[in-house]
Design a protein around this ligand. Structure first.
Ligand code: HEC
Length: 98
């Protein structure tokens, strides 16, 4: 998660400069992320949020630079949606992505 956060933060800055962000973290790891509370990530709810996150990331990766700011917002929303439902703690940090 911390990797995801750092990468999203870097991408936000790149997009603000009109550059194409690089995505190095294997985002699919989110599906199997080792959590401090494993039962949380095993739930169908978690898997649904994770799938929607991966979908937003895919859209962001293939969109044009002009669309990137909007797509990035959708990605950050996907972070936030899962956190609203399952893990409210880091929401303050995620809010910084907007
Ligand atoms: C599918 C649900 C889900 C999505 C999507 C998601 N997270 Fe998380 N996140 C979690 C859960 C659950 C935890 C708590 C992890 C644990 O229990 O170890 C967490 C933890 C975190 C933490 C705290 C990490 C730590 O070690 O203190 C941060 C920061 C974070 N997420 C940021 C993000 C960002 C940024 C995104 C989008 C790029 C994102 N998350 C997307 C579920 C999600």
């Amino acid at each position: 998660m911390n990797e995801l956060f750092t990468e999203a933060e870097t991408a936000r800055q790149k997009i603000a400069l009109g550059e194409k962000p690089k995505w190095k973290v294997d985002a699919k790891k989110i599906l199997t992320a080792a959590a401090t509370e494993p039962e949380k990530v095993a739930s169908p709810e978690y898997k649904a949020f994770a799938a929607s996150y991966l979908e937003s990331l895919k859209m962001l990766k293939k969109c044009s630079p002009a669309e990137a700011p909007e797509r990035f917002k959708m990605l950050a929303m996907a972070c936030m949606n899962c956190h609203n439902a399952l893990c409210p703690g880091p929401r303050k940090r995620i809010q910084k992505l907007f």
